[in-house]
Design a protein around this ligand. Structure first.
Ligand code: NAP
Length: 482
């Protein structure tokens, strides 16, 4: 029996990519549910000033939809959003996407061998469930006591109705979002207080605009773009090797970071503050050309005393000093360990995914969980990297889904489910490899929680992920014709 219908949750890169690749493979009965009012996922929501890709765009695009027209090496947010909308239109999937529709829960019906979805507008059924909810879609705001009287918002929920021009702005956090937005707003605000808890390593971005001539060349000779993509990939694989099993490469990356600080920051006190004390790569390495220069501007202060509380007029730090602010920006990251939350997923025997994941979210190749037949998690647990492009990861995951669907078709089966032994064996191998990676050398990051659990990182090269996901390993799954 051929599996006919697929329900996809989320219309970011994962959901749009899945719908497009499924359609290319001949699976036409696909419905994508998106709670936002546009496709785009994080690229729809993150509109903060300075938002842009931190991976060169020739790698941060679908391999089946190369774009020779990126304006810059690192495309800005609006261009990435437009690209994804164009891919959806050109692959004929716009009519498959139900916008402003949140999937509240999904449960496996054992009698019918189908997924039943409860959405904000009604019910839906499908043979296969694909979640493509991203790892960075739920903003996290730390529980800092006190109440600030002015506007306060997260970078992923930027209030464009609040003019920051000429205002005193406090930015909490110094991760990837902060290092993009601080240089973007610094020239227009009167005072910018940046609250840093711990410094992160950086790498020069070396961004540049593509000339019209280059774009013409890329259009005419697509192989040139593929070559550039391959070279970016190779460089990122080198980074992945350094962070996983070749730590002797790390000092090279650290020296680039040190040099960047030395060049941009002359003041010894500021230099001390921005120089990280942890191992390079433990936190995500941030690519930037303008972060340090922005910090040296006269209207910017880098505050390293811990934020203690908000007062109606500003921010008080642990040393007792209070700094006035008109606007507070939380660049404090995301709740990254929920994966599908707040959606509730119930598998066979009434067991929920939250119960299965009580200790830590886990999935075979980041994609499948025993007890949850015909369910695939795109960009699921342990498929994030310190380097590389999540679009590459997403494509590899979708290829696995296609391989699973082909297996079902070939066997005339109705359900496919990962065997618990395969799942456990993969997990042991994964945890063993993770323990030797740079992410477990002791730093705060969105990968590892306070108990040392790491449900986010992939501890091998990306070409390994591709290799492992492109086929259904013998004995890894069970099929059922029921
Ligand atoms: P993040 O990397 O998790 O950074 C959060 C920041 O907030 C950290 O500096 C953290 O300090 C700080 N923080 C958290 N709680 C705090 C508190 N109570 N007081 C003071 N500081 C606090 O979040 P993000 O910058 O949004 O980036 C998340 C991920 O999104 C990135 O790693 C990247 O993968 C992705 N991203 C990508 C792009 C892109 O260009 N493609 C852009 C932005 C983000 P500690 O470091 O001390 O914990």
């Amino acid at each position: 029996m051929r599996v006919t219908s697929v329900a996809v949750v989320g219309a970011g890169f994962g959901g749009v990519g899945a719908a497009a690749m499924l359609r290319r493979a001949g699976y036409d009965d696909v419905t994508v549910f998106e709670k936002g009012e546009r496709v785009g996922g994080v690229w729809h929501h993150n509109t903060y000033p300075g938002a842009a890709c931190d991976v060169p765009s020739h790698l941060y695009e679908f391999s089946f939809a190369p774009n020779p027209d990126w304006s810059r090496r690192y495309a800005p947010q609006a261009e990435i959003q437009a690209y994804l909308e164009r891919v959806a239109a050109e692959h004929g999937i716009l009519d498959k996407i139900r916008l402003s529709t949140e999937v509240l829960s999904a449960s496996w019906s054992e009698s019918e061998n189908r997924w039943r979805l409860r959405t904000s507008v009604g019910e839906h059924e499908a043979d296969v469930l694909l979640t493509a909810c991203g790892q960075l879609s739920v903003p996290s705001i730390p529980p800092i006591p006190g109440e600030f009287a002015g506007p306060a918002f997260h970078t992923a929920q930027w209030r464009h109705d609040v003019a920051v021009e000429g205002k005193r702005v406090a930015v909490i956090g110094t991760g990837c979002s902060a290092i993009q937005t601080v240089p973007a707003i610094q020239p227009i605000v009167s005072q910018l207080d940046v609250y840093q808890r711990s410094a992160g390593w950086t790498f020069p971005r070396m961004d540049f605009a593509y000339s019209e001539r280059t774009k013409r060349l890329l259009r005419r000779f697509p192989a040139l773009q593929r070559l550039d993509r391959a070279s970016i990939f190779a460089f990122h694989e080198l980074g992945a090797a350094a962070m996983t099993d070749k730590p002797w490469l790390l000092p090279f990356f650290r020296e680039f970071g040190r040099l960047q600080i030395k060049r941009a920051v002359k003041d010894p006190e500021l230099r001390r503050k921005v120089t990280p004390t942890d191992v390079v790569g433990c936190k995500r390495v941030m690519v930037t050309d303008d972060w340090y220069p922005a910090l040296t501007q006269p209207n910017v202060s880098l505050i390293t005393d811990a934020v203690e509380l908000f007062t109606p007029a500003g921010v008080r730090t642990r040393d007792g000093s209070e700094r006035p602010a008109d606007v507070v920006v939380f660049a404090t990251g995301f709740a990254t360990h929920g994966f599908v939350a707040p959606m509730e997923i119930t598998g066979a025997g009434g067991r929920t995914l939250a119960e299965e994941w009580r200790e830590v979210p886990r999935a075979y190749l980041g994609l499948t969980v025993p007890g949850f037949p015909n369910m695939f998690l795109i960009y699921g647990p342990n498929t994030n990297g310190g380097t590389g492009s999540v679009i590459y990861t997403i494509e590899a995951g979708i290829n696995h889904v296609l391989a699973a669907l082909r297996t079902l078709d070939a066997a005339r089966a109705r359900t496919i489910e990962v065997r618990r032994e395969a799942f456990e064996a993969f997990d042991r191998r994964l945890r063993d490899a993770l323990s030797g990676t740079v992410w477990h050398t002791g730093c705060t990051s969105w990968y590892v929680d306070e108990n040392g659990n790491d449900p986010n990182q992939w501890p091998w090269l990306w070409r390994e992920y591709r290799r492992e996901t492109e086929r259904i390993a013998p004995g890894a799954y069970t099929l059922s014709a029921a």
